[in-house]
Design a protein around this ligand. Sequence first.
Ligand code: GTP
Ligand code: MG
Length: 198
Amino acid sequence: MGLLDKLSDWLGLRKKEVNVLCVGLDNSGKTTIINQLKPSNHSNHLGPLSPEWKHVSQTQAQEIVPTIGYNIEKFKSSSLSFTVFDMSGQSRYRNLWEHYYKESHAIIFVIDSGDQLRMVVAKEELHNFLNHSDIRCKKIPLLFYANKMDLRDAVSSVRVSQMLCLENIKDKPWHICASNAVEGEGIKEGLDWLQGNV
Ligand code: GTP
Ligand code: MG
């Protein structure tokens, strides 16, 4: 750590660095959620989260494609500096998730509320995650987005919570919000909760 960094730490000027791991099955909407936090291409405004939240560099992607491996995005709020690891949910890349558990300070777990067929797979991945040695004893906050609430077949966030047995999570703070990542609805509520719990 440089002298200037030490001085800003001492003065309390440096933003706290927070690593957020974003996981969930493929096609659940992780990248779309994170894309919503970036400033839009068509205005000078900074995304739906301005002015408290700022994305560090790029603007919103016009087209979201399935993530290969993972992407890293950086955001700043008034007091925190976030690095978000947007992991691919495809089964062949899910073994990458665990490499980031140790250094994560918060988790975003995204569920496609319209994909009831694969809810059991999401539950299994959540179970594996919660029982991993790098997560089991850690009291990190878990934010669940019951995404795609706009779909006709979508189940409510309460139902998603029941299907994933979230009430069994007793040793970590958790929160679930319904979201529509395409329209950006419900995203800010979740992030505000996360910011208050890291
Ligand atoms: P992987 O990178 O493969 O793990 O997928 P992902 O979880 O990042 O999903 P992604 O953000 O790529 O979204 C998958 C598809 O779902 C895209 O076509 C999105 O436009 C769509 N999508 C995302 N969120 C919503 C939502 O809230 N409602 C609807 N209707 N579609 C959504
Ligand atoms: Mg993705």
